[in-house]
Ligand binder design. Structure first.
Ligand SMILES: Nc1nc2c(ncn2[C@@H]2O[C@H](COP(=O)(O)OP(=O)(O)O)[C@@H](O)[C@H]2O)c(=O)[nH]1
Ligand SMILES: [Mg+2]
Length: 342
């Protein structure tokens, strides 16, 4: 993997964490949320640690590592639709071998959320066997920013209320592509008989800045605001991932037969051609830098950008590319290699 790009992103994040500090990284708001979450962990029946399925390792919620709740702790790999399907399965197997419950979800897919609710109800029934007196069950969603906690809370609330045939206005948590939009803990009902409530909580980043690779992945998947790292750095990082991944090779076979989004096809063709005609060494950091520079140039054409001002165009290429990546239109990438239990 290209170490120069990753180092630069890590440096940018650390600088921000150090200088402007609390405004961007571990905000006072996060510190307060972290305390409020810690108080509730012993009180709730299940803690659902939401992670991003694209980065099951890097999106760990550090606070859960310290509290040993084992049987009451479930790792939820959300945004499964954006990750590599077989890698998600491997990751789930890894967690299960670690004796930790894990499940993949896509908060935007209603059928999938229904299955998830059924899974949760089964867990709740097991709990009730152990504790007969409990008639109201509380689950708590925790995790770093932007992994989809609020989206999941809303989706469970919606699905649960419909099947429980209850009337009344649906509540909802604020879902946003910007990290840090959930400001307080809120409670939503997701099932009856027994009554199950889910607590949505604000995202919390670890207080200490972590390693460059983790910073880069958090930035690309949107857990850290884009301006911290800069869109151009993010796009460069994504291009390095794309160029070292076999995914683009599949695109070569599709040319001539593709349907659908003209720009997407154009971008794929451009990236494919740039990588396959590249004569440098993909293992070499400097060579990759060169490849990425070339890709930025040719992508300007693919995005139909006027060939004037260099800087604004780089920025535009970057934002367009990041947008295509984040809407899953350039493929499904799991950025964390699966850990082995060995
Ligand atoms: N593709 C995809 N996007 C999701 C999913 N869940 C949430 N999102 C999006 O991710 C962003 C962050 O969601 P949000 O619920 O606000 O995250 P939170 O900060 O953890 O509460 C929003 O733009 C959501 O629409 C999912 O399963 N798949
Ligand atoms: Mg939220």
């Amino acid at each position: 993997m290209n170490s120069v790009i990753i180092e630069n992103i890590g440096k940018a994040v650390k600088e921000v964490a150090r200088n402007r500090g609390s405004e961007w990284w571990y905000t006072p708001h996060m510190a307060a949320a972290s305390r409020a979450i810690a108080e509730r962990i012993p009180l709730v029946d299940l803690v659902l640690e939401v992670r991003d399925a694209r980065i099951p390792f890097s999106s760990e919620f550090e606070q859960m590592r310290k509290v040993r709740t084992s049987s009451r702790h479930i790792i939820v790999l959300n945004k499964m639709d954006m990750a590599n399907r077989s890698k998600t399965k491997e990751w789930i197997r890894f967690f299960e071998e670690q004796k930790c419950n894990a499940i993949g979800v896509n908060a935007h897919n209603k059928e999938n959320v229904k299955e998830f609710l059924t899974f949760l109800q089964a867990r709740v029934r097991e709990l009730k066997k152990m504790n007969q007196s409990a008639h109201t069950i509380t689950l708590m969603l925790v995790g770093i920013p932007n992994v989809g906690k609020s989206a999941l809370a809303n989706a469970l609330h919606q699905v649960g209320r419909i099947s429980a045939a209850e009337k009344g206005k649906l509540k909802h948590s604020i879902v946003s592509p910007q990290p840090g939009e959930t400001k307080s803990i809120s409670s939503l009902k997701i099932a009856s008989h027994p009554n199950i409530y889910v607590l949505d909580t604000p995202g919390v980043l670890p207080p200490e800045v972590i390693d460059d690779g983790v910073c880069s992945k958090l930035a690309l998947t949107g857990a850290i605001k884009d301006i911290v790292v800069g869109e151009i750095n993010l796009a460069r990082y994504f291009l390095s991932i794309l160029s070292l991944n076999d995914e683009y090779k599949k695109w070569g076979k599709l040319f001539g037969t593709e349907i659908g989004d003209f720009i997407v096809n154009n971008v794929r063709r451009t990236v494919f051609e740039a990588v396959s005609s590249f004569t440098g060494n993909l293992e070499n950091g400097e060579d990759i830098e060169q490849l990425i520079e070339n890709q930025f140039k040719v992508l300007k054409k693919a995005f139909h950008l006027p060939l004037d001002s260099e800087e604004t165009n780089d920025y535009r290429v970057a934002t367009k590319l990041i947008n295509l990546y984040r809407t899953g239109r350039l493929g499904h990438y799991t950025l964390d290699p699966v850990l082995s239990n060995a």
